[in-house]
Design a protein around this ligand. Structure first.
Ligand SMILES: *[C@@H]1O[C@H](CO)[C@@H](O)[C@H](O)[C@H]1NC(C)=O
Length: 349
């Protein structure tokens, strides 16, 4: 029963992870491993470049907002700390459950309307099948852990299929790009509210710039928000996206749509260490990351690198499925920022 609850939950990241394990490794080991290895051979291996201290500092503000998206909506609305920091909320929403929390507001520091989405918390969101595994026997336990009824329950509650983008929200997407069904559903629950709050914020402030951010599932939703905003706002509005711990959100055409929509530096996704989340759903199921990765190695953010192209094997795509660290998902990202339900930096109102 617990399993069914987990997999019908809209917090779909754990679904993807557990499902990856259950389905990929339900196949005979040799087949699964071979597919993964073959799949990876198509990745690019362009040389990375260091991220300058100046560029790292530009990621700090979105990181702060992605962290704050885990806070209670009432605290975001009433926080004197946020106000004195130059942030004025315009709209808050979500319930932390079916609808991940989000907020839209005016940030005087970045001179933009900010959109931020809450993600999933690795500590509370049923990463059990990963976290109970001792590092050195990871592969073995992955194969042994899933039970037959777990696989069945997943098959019954399929929420991870690729599907076409909603043509009302994404009028220019066409039929090629396909997105993760569950992420699209989660995105759809806040899309209208976000779009209208951003429009009203741009109008009332006269600003011409939007900053979109989020972590984990919130990063996947934020990415869809960025595309939605680009297809619905005046072309003169600048849209910058910086997300953290992003899972793969769609197929090759979706990745290409992100690349063709956003220019250099407009779309950044930060990956950290051996976080397994950016590596799911797997590429062998036609999922693909766009360009724009910035990778923080385990040695720390001072050694962060920009990773050219899609799925750069010098960055997270080079991480082995068999050497992952779930705690890396929370960060630290730039400025030592940790992102989870346990790291809201605002005091309760
Ligand atoms: C597409 O988005 C619109 C606007 O949010 C919504 O009313 C409609 O139900 C969505 N369609 C589907 C198929 O989800």
């Amino acid at each position: 029963m617990l399993v069914t609850t987990v997999f019908t939950s809209p917090l779909l990241l754990p679904l993807s992870l557990s499902w990856l394990i259950a389905s990929t490794f339900a196949a005979p080991l040799s087949d699964a491993s071979t597919s993964i290895l073959l799949d990876r051979s198509s990745s690019n291996s362009e040389a990375t470049t260091p991220v300058s201290a100046n560029d790292r500092s530009k990621i700090l503000r979105p990181a702060q907002f992605a962290q704050i998206a885990y806070c209670q909506s009432a605290d975001v609305q009433s926080s004197s700390k946020l106000k004195s920091d130059g942030f004025t909320p315009i709209a808050v929403g979500g319930d932390g459950g079916d609808v991940p929390r989000f907020f839209v507001g005016h940030d005087s520091q970045s001179q933009s309307i900010v959109v931020a989405h809450q993600g999933t918390d690795p500590k509370t969101c049923k990463f059990t099948h990963l976290s109970i595994v001792p590092p050195n026997s990871y592969e073995k336990d992955l194969i042994l852990t899933p039970s037959p009824h777990l696989s069945l329950s997943i098959a019954n509650d399929v929420k991870f299929l690729l599907k076409e983008m909603n043509s009302t929200l994404f009028p220019q997407a066409g039929s090629g790009p396909k997105v993760h069904d569950g992420f699209a559903e989660a995105h759809g629950r806040s899309a209208d509210a976000v779009l209208s709050a951003v429009k009203s914020g741009l109008q009332s402030t006269g600003l011409k710039s939007v900053l979109v951010t989020g972590h984990s599932l919130g990063a996947a939703i934020a990415t869809m928000d960025a595309l939605m905003l680009r297809q619905n706002l005046d072309p003169s509005t600048a849209i910058k996206t910086v997300v953290f711990g992003l899972p793969r959100g769609g197929n090759q055409a979706y990745a290409n749509l992100i690349d063709s929509t956003f220019g250099s530096g407009e779309f950044t996704y930060v990956t950290h260490g051996h976080d397994p989340v950016p590596n799911v759903p797997p590429r062998l199921l036609d999922y693909q990351h766009s360009s724009g990765e910035v990778h923080i190695p385990s040695s720390g953010e001072a050694n962060a690198v920009a990773c050219p192209g899609q799925e750069n094997t010098n960055c997270q795509d080079g991480n082995s499925f068999f050497s992952t660290s779930v705690s890396d998902h929370a960060g630290p990202y730039f400025g030592g920022i940790l992102m989870s339900n346990h790291n809201c930096p605002l005091s309760p109102s």
